[in-house]
Design a protein around this ligand. Structure first.
Ligand code: ATP
Length: 357
């Protein structure tokens, strides 16, 4: 059963900005689901429309069996954690956590014990009498999560949950969030513009652009099999190499190289077809000596990334076989990840060899 189903969901803001454009999406029960995309693609609008904080201009949202499109936020059985946590500064941690229970008119005694139980689960027991101003960023985030959890909602909605934490705390909070979601098993949708965060946390990811979904898949699917060049360019810590190519029998002519056509592409392409060949810098090996058929060019930049370096080759593409129909001597940049110790020098000639498999 789908926990959340969106059909042709559209949101047009006053002034005409189409933030969601007839979007279809299904999120499964218990899933940890990421909405990922560049600034302005509509992630927050989608989250807020699921929450009921924005009214849809068209289409529908179902949560479980219920059509909630026209229901106010309080009737949707969802809890949202905002980017800035939105804690009440004058209330103690205990009262912040118990606040939604007060709104639901749960009696004082049950409120207190439920707040204490939730605080206990999140490691906040010693902090119940403090106010938000007396807590670290990570602790504030946990209070915000506890407040969302106290009502046992059907769905959690998290807007950039880790963005207010520094780099070290963020890693710690990431692990914590993943463990918590596993333990609770509550359907959780979170917004992020950080692809590493989405890959690390999510069961599935929707990659958005311009109010539409460009691909939905597991982290492995969107990383290894991007559905289009937008997703290919957006996912990955170093952008994927995207090079014009042409099919030649069971090979691909890429720049001046001849590369074997991947097995899974063979049935989908025709001889002579022009396409874009995408390969991640991590899946290319660098060779300082000639490798027949490989991509070759001059090393122009060597960036030290710690345990590896990113090497940029300037590769000529002036080969009619490679699809340069006008015969212009074009060039393309090809990036290769090279392990420590094997880095070339700028000015060297190098070969980039796709790793099999
Ligand atoms: P970011 O990562 O920067 O938060 P986002 O992907 O969450 O971006 P949204 O905040 O959903 O994007 O915005 C989507 C589009 O809708 C943007 O073009 C934005 O300028 C516009 N928009 C958002 N809120 C409003 C509003 N209240 N009124 C008018 N336009 C809005």
């Amino acid at each position: 059963m789908s926990a959340i189903t969106m059909r042709e969901l559209t949101k047009v803001y006053p002034g005409g900005v189409r933030a969601l454009d007839a979007l279809d999406l299904e999120i499964a029960d218990g899933e940890f689901f990421a909405l990922l995309g560049p600034s302005g693609c509509g992630k927050t609008t989608l989250l807020r429309t699921i929450a009921g904080l924005e009214v849809a201009s068209g289409g529908s949202v179902r949560i479980g069996e219920r059509d909630v499109t026209n229901l106010p936020p309080g009737k949707r059985d969802v809890a949202m954690v905002f980017q800035d946590y939105a804690l009440f500064p004058h209330m103690t941690v205990r009262d912040n956590i118990a606040y939604p229970l007060r709104i639901k008119k749960v009696d004082r005694r049950s409120r207190g014990s439920k707040a204490a139980d939730t605080a206990d689960e999140l490691g906040l027991s010693g902090l119940l009498e403090r106010r938000p101003g007396q807590l670290s960023g990570g602790q504030q985030q946990r209070v915000a999560l506890a407040r969302a959890m106290a009502c046992h909602p059907q769905v959690f909605l998290l807007d950039e949950p880790l963005s207010n934490l520094d780099a070290r705390l963020r890693l710690e909070a990431r692990t914590f969030l993943k463990r918590l979601q596993r333990e609770l098993g509550v359907t959780t949708v979170f917004v992020t513009h950080d692809q590493a965060e989405a890959l690390a946390l999510a069961d599935r990811i929707a990659v958005m652009e311009g109010g539409r979904i460009r691909q939905v898949g597991t982290p492995t699917e969107v990383f290894r099999r991007p559905a289009n060049t937008f997703v290919a360019g957006f996912i990955g810590s170093t952008p994927m190499n995207l090079i014009d190519a042409r099919v030649r029998g069971d090979e691909l002519a890429v720049a001046r190289a001849r590369l074997p056509l991947p097995d899974d592409a063979r049935d989908r392409v025709a001889d002579g077809e022009r396409l874009v060949y995408g390969i991640r810098p991590e899946y290319l090996d660098y060779s300082p000596t000639a490798v027949p058929g490989a991509l070759t060019g001059e090393v122009v930049v060597v960036e030290n990334l710690g345990s590896v370096s990113l090497v940029s080759l300037d590769v000529p593409t002036d080969d009619a076989e490679a699809g340069d129909a006008a015969g212009d001597p074009g060039r393309t940049s090809v990036q290769v990840v090279v392990p420590e110790g094997g880095e070339p020098e700028p000015g060297d000639t190098g070969w980039a060899v796709p790793r099999p498999g």
